[in-house]
Ligand binder design. Structure first.
Ligand code: G3P
Length: 218
């Protein structure tokens, strides 16, 4: 399973990249707004830190402008994945860019039928939003299971399921059990994956007992 971080905060990205566990980055207009930096240079900087896919989202909603924006974003770096919304125009842009060899991440997916269309449009990634579905009383992880099952039926579909809108470690663990290809998580959720009180307690005891031996390894 690949780990992407869902942020445009360059410090968090550098920090997570240094763990050696980070495979990519996803951004969206809301995260860019939060970062408060100029979009194009920021994506350029992120691409210089992370060699895996870096999603940069188009801002328009009509086909012609989205296509122009997508082509411009794709030129920033080889590892840019152009992010487009799951609309008829967005999928048309996805097909056009994918046919040219550009990675496309189709975002705002909330149904299996939408995910089928994204695969047919040649998307490199489909981003179903699990947290936002859970928020309205639906089952986000159930959608992930449906999409993975459907995609596994077709060898000629190479679209990876990128679980987005991740809110807690259970979303990640369950997505891994289902066999989703990628999860994109806010930095704080990635940090939570490490934590267990018994690890902290056990380590404290080992450190204390080691001191009592009076020995040193180095
Ligand atoms: O990048 C898209 C997605 O991950 C957004 O998540 O928490 O705003 O629903 P959230």
């Amino acid at each position: 399973m690949k780990f992407f971080v869902d942020t445009a905060d360059i410090n968090d990205i550098r920090d997570l990249a240094s763990t050696g566990l980070l495979d990519g980055v996803t951004t969206n207009p809301s995260l860019i707004m939060k970062a408060g930096k100029a979009f194009i240079p920021l994506i350029e900087e992120i691409c210089s830190v992370v060699s895996g896919p870096v999603s940069a989202e188009v801002a328009s909603t009509d086909y012609e402008t989205m296509l122009k924006e997508g082509k411009k974003l794709a030129k920033i770096a080889k590892n840019v994945a152009v992010k487009v919304p799951l609309t008829p125009a967005g999928l048309k842009v996805c097909k056009a860019l994918s046919d040219e060899g550009t990675m496309v991440n189709v975002t705002l997916c909330f149904s299996a039928s939408q995910a089928i269309l994204a695969a047919k449009a040649g998307a490199a990634f489909i981003s179903p939003f699990v947290g936002r579905l859970d928020d309205i009383g639906a089952d986000g992880l159930n959608l992930i299971a449906d999409i993975v099952e459907i995609y596994n039926n077709y060898d000629d579909w190479n679209t990876e399921v990128l679980v987005a809108s991740v809110r807690h470690p259970i979303h990640i663990v369950e997505s891994a059990k289902i066999g989703a290809h990628v999860v994109t998580c806010p930095p704080d959720v990635i940090k939570k994956l490490y934590s267990h009180p018994l690890t902290d307690k056990g380590l404290a005891a080992f450190v204390e007992d080691w001191k009592k031996t009076g020995q040193s390894i180095l």
